[in-house]
Design a protein around this ligand. Structure first.
Ligand code: R5P
Length: 302
């Protein structure tokens, strides 16, 4: 197992860092390497005819501090991460940092019913077997980081979202539920705008109900912020409620656009006036880059 090597002056040279981009995060990894001014290698990942993953890093050796950028969602990407970890280790990486922009399985962080596995723990323990450090972005439950037997850091996308919307016409920042109220506070504070939260009740996996808001949003431009959009049910219900209350425009920004079951079509065809996400998952709506905040976390502390 790798022993985490603390950055010292000699070790702190960014030219000694190599960023390897897995297939889930090629654009993000390339941008990250550009910001850090270090070498970028794109893993050549393909699938065998039966669907199994094949990957290769085209380099003589990797005798440096290696950063692998790859999601652990969906499952195929998790397998690719395991293979990349082994490849960089074999090629002589001095240290291995995993940047996991969207960490899958963070919602299954405990045994809810007897007979279930502790999924988040299973994945974290295995990933940490060949890692000195793990960096995640807005992990759904930060508590999950305790399962990694290595150094961890969760970076917050609030600053990237606030920067993106700073020059835009937003009057108030809302979260769709109590659980995300700190996110609304963080984004609102950074933008110098008021913030509040809505109250959500989950009815089923795809349906939610949203109570009337406590803030007077009539005639205002509202920005809703959330960590994940999956089916889009939460955001569509929140926007519909706000429109009933006479809101002028509803914009949405989330960190992870998971977008299942035709969510993009549902969202773009709904009463929303704009929806964007960060590039933790690369898709047609991922226009807010988290590369600068990840680069900040990777830069050695002076
Ligand atoms: C809930 O805890 C999360 O923060 C999101 O609000 C939720 O995952 C969104 O799911 P959906 O888009 O399916 O409503």
């Amino acid at each position: 197992m790798h022993v985490y090597v603390r950055y010292n002056k000699k070790h702190a040279l960014l030219s000694s860092m190599i960023v390897v981009g897995g297939s889930s995060s090629r654009d993000l990894a390339k941008e990250l390497a550009g910001i850090l001014g270090c070498k970028y290698i794109q893993a050549a990942t393909t699938r065998f005819p039966d669907g199994e993953c094949y990957t290769r890093i085209d380099s003589d050796n990797l005798d440096d501090d290696v950063v692998i950028v790859q999601n652990t969602y969906p499952d195929g990407n998790l397998v690719e991460m395991f293979l990349l970890q082994d490849a960089v280790n074999r090629m002589g990486a001095k240290t291995i940092t995993l940047v996991i922009p969207y960490f899958g399985y963070a919602r299954q962080d405990r045994v809810f019913r007897p007979g279930e596995p502790e999924s988040a723990k299973v994945m974290s323990k295995r990933l940490a077997m060949l890692a000195d450090r793990v960096i995640t972005v807005d992990i759904h439950k930060e508590d999950v980081l305790r399962f990694f037997d290595c150094e961890t850091k969760d970076v917050k996308a609030s600053s990237a979202i606030a920067d993106y919307f700073k020059e835009r016409d937003v009057d108030i920042v809302l979260s769709p539920d109590l659980g995300a109220k700190d996110r609304a506070k963080d984004v609102g504070t950074r933008m110098g705008k008021p913030y509040d939260h809505l109250e959500k009740t989950r009815i089923s996996g795809t349906e939610v109900s949203i109570k009337p808001s406590n803030s007077n949003c009539r005639g205002k431009n509202v920005l809703i912020v959330d960590d994940i959009i999956a089916t889009g049910g939460t955001i569509i219900a929140a926007a519909a409620q706000l429109k009933k209350e006479g809101v002028k425009n509803v914009y949405v920004a989330c960190t992870h656009g998971v977008f299942v079951d035709g969510a993009v079509q549902k969202l773009t065809g709904s009463s929303l006036d704009g929806v964007l996400c960060c590039n933790t998952l690369e898709n047609e709506l991922s226009h807010i880059s988290v590369a600068p905040i990840i680069a900040e976390a990777l830069r050695p502390k002076r």
